[in-house]
Design a protein. Structure first.
Length: 165
């Protein structure tokens, strides 16, 4: 008997109560969103910026590359009292072979998940990944991209991940 893959959309996944299965599914959807934002991330190194007219630049820093994983930091820098403030500031590990995105570190001021993320349980991981999903969708809708044209102005785009194997 062959099992068909579940092709639920991000809103379908976010609507339910968290389970281990739905968290894994959300981490896979986040992986797809990161792939849309930075299609070549598995081969990137160093610091990259995506610039949009009248918007804060989005920064992507590749901290570590291995054969099957990428450790990266994704953030916006805003100036508060003359000092740069990273918000949100997310460290992610991408598992290219498993097609999963794991939040390693999360600091942001919108949702109260930072203080809960030291030793996260299912609910905290779910909330953090929901935040990541929505932020990545926002970035994609705004037109942010990390590719050869990342400095150019972009039009808004659909954000439903179309990850291919």
């Amino acid at each position: 008997m062959q099992v068909k893959p579940d092709k639920r959309t991000i809103p379908d996944i976010l609507a339910g109560a968290p389970t281990i299965g739905s968290l894994v599914e959300l981490c896979e959807q986040n992986f797809c969103l990161v792939q849309r934002l930075a299609p070549g991330v598995a081969n990137m190194a160093g610091l990259h910026r995506s610039l949009l007219h009248n918007s804060a630049p989005l920064h992507l820093e590749v901290l570590e590359q291995t054969q099957y994983t990428t450790l990266m930091r994704l953030t916006h820098f805003f100036v508060h009292d003359g000092k740069p403030d990273a918000d949100p500031d997310i460290h992610l590990r991408l598992y290219h072979d498993a097609r999963q995105c794991e939040i390693i570190k999360l600091r942001q001021s919108i949702l109260p998940v930072e203080r809960l993320y030291d030793h996260p349980g299912l609910e905290q991981k779910w909330r953090a990944n929901q935040f990541l999903s929505r932020w990545l969708q926002f970035c994609l809708l705004q037109g942010y991209r990390f590719d050869s044209e990342s400095q150019s102005h972009r039009r808004a785009a659909s954000v439903e991940p179309a990850c291919s194997a």
